[in-house]
Design a protein. Structure first.
Length: 231
């Protein structure tokens, strides 16, 4: 592949959302000097990151005209989520909600903020799971300790472990098609869900083929190019 072809590929391929923390984003370098590549951040252990995947709690929310600002905290730091569009799903997210956010890091007046592409309310337990997951990555020397401090030091209590285990068992009882259907419903904010996002969030290996079969059988339909909804 030629160098120009590699540049073109980066421009048009939807990049994977990297699981990270607000502290890591804060320590990153914002890159917008190359007109041939999308804006992104340069991190110590992930390299170039074009999309981020965060879990945190909304601690502030304000609306100014069509702009919605929310402050999210993930126990490693705080950062602004900013949308310049009046997206319907933002109206249903309130202070105190734990959310999963997939979006892009942007810069304004030398301050980084996150422009959300997907936001969905989630269980508070998954923030603990995410932090413990990152802790395991530290122990495996995949990422550096200083990138996730402060972090949850306490172990998950037995009751919390049992609750997570019960939720996992319920998921295991579902058929693959039912798992995809539930995922689409969870991610759908009213405008359908991008197929790439379903594949990215799914734990199944054959998600793309399942989506094709579900569209053929009429379980889901393509309401916009590249987006699907549950009937």
């Amino acid at each position: 592949m030629t160098e120009q072809a590699q540049v073109d590929e980066k421009k048009f391929v939807r990049q994977t959302a990297i699981k990270t923390t607000i502290q890591e984003i804060g320590h990153s370098t914002f890159v917008n000097t190359d007109p041939e590549l999308p804006h992104h951040i340069k991190t110590l252990h992930h390299g170039s990151v074009y999309r981020v995947n965060l879990i945190g709690i909304i601690i502030q929310k304000e609306k100014i005209g069509s702009i919605t600002n929310m402050l999210i905290e993930d126990q490693t730091g705080q950062m602004v989520l900013r949308s310049f569009e009046e997206l319907s799903y933002l109206q249903n997210i309130n202070v105190g909600d734990f959310v999963l956010v997939i979006g892009k890091v942007r810069m304004y007046n030398n301050e980084k903020y996150i422009s959300p592409e997907i936001m969905t309310v989630t269980n508070a337990l998954w923030l603990k799971v995410r932090m413990l997951e990152l802790r395991e990555m530290v122990e495996l020397n995949v990422i550096k300790e200083e990138m996730i401090i402060p972090i949850i030091e306490e172990k998950i209590k037995p009751s919390i472990e049992e609750e997570i285990s019960d939720e996992t068992k319920e998921q295991e009882k579902l058929l693959p098609v039912e798992k995809i259907t539930k995922l689409i419903k969870d991610l759908d904010q009213g405008e359908g869900v991008l197929i790439e996002d379903i594949i990215e969030q799914s734990i199944l290996d054959n998600t793309e083929k399942l989506i094709e079969k579900m569209m053929e059988s009429g379980d889901i339909f393509q309401n916009q190019p590249g987006r699907v909804k549950v009937l």
